[in-house]
Design a protein around this ligand. Structure first.
Ligand code: NI
Length: 172
């Protein structure tokens, strides 16, 4: 296994709609194992394949606490089938959106259909933090970032700050 490089905003692959996975093969199994390792190393609670520059519909998630055993959930071709009308606001961050966090309003409850590594269909229902992480990662697979879901002025401020940070890096 190896750590993968996580691409950061404004890398264009983050804006790509990921293509569906037809079936597993050794290359995709390796990608999943590397994504899981990269997520724990970051550390983060989820990674979508776009974030490691592979636009396929794979997301890995683990919201267990540090003191709990690792419990990675691998989702292939996840689709949201239900979103509650009730919403909740909470802070989000993203490994691909450095030096920023913001409150995002999301559905409180969600139901998702996906396939697991064996190709079996699985249905996940979740609420609160897990529902939020699922929405955040599925957004990635559709080319959406959480900064698209915040106020325009706040987003523009971030985009300017990020451009300046990248320009400063280029000068060093
Ligand atoms: Ni993210």
């Amino acid at each position: 296994m190896s750590l993968l490089r996580i691409v950061q905003f404004p890398h264009p692959v983050l804006r790509q709609r990921a293509g569906p996975v037809d079936g597993m093969n050794s290359e995709l199994e390796r990608l999943v194992a590397d994504m899981v390792e990269t997520m724990y190393h970051a550390p983060g609670v989820g990674i979508a394949a776009n974030q490691v520059a592979v636009p396929v519909q794979i997301a890995v998630i683990d919201v267990s606490r540090p003191e709990e055993p690792q419990n990675p959930l691998v989702l292939l071709n996840p689709k949201i089938i239900e979103l509650s009308k009730e919403t909740e606001k909470a802070e989000e961050k993203c490994l691909s959106v450095p030096d920023f966090q913001s409150e995002v309003e999301r559905a409180l409850k969600i139901a998702v259909l996906a396939r697991d590594l064996k190709g079996q269909e699985i249905k996940i229902t979740a609420e609160g933090f897990m529902a939020r992480v699922l929405q955040h990662e599925i957004d990635h697979l559709n080319g959406t970032l959480y900064i698209d879901r915040i106020g325009r002025l706040k987003r523009q401020r971030y985009v300017r700050q990020r451009k300046k940070a990248l320009a400063d890096l280029a000068l060093e």
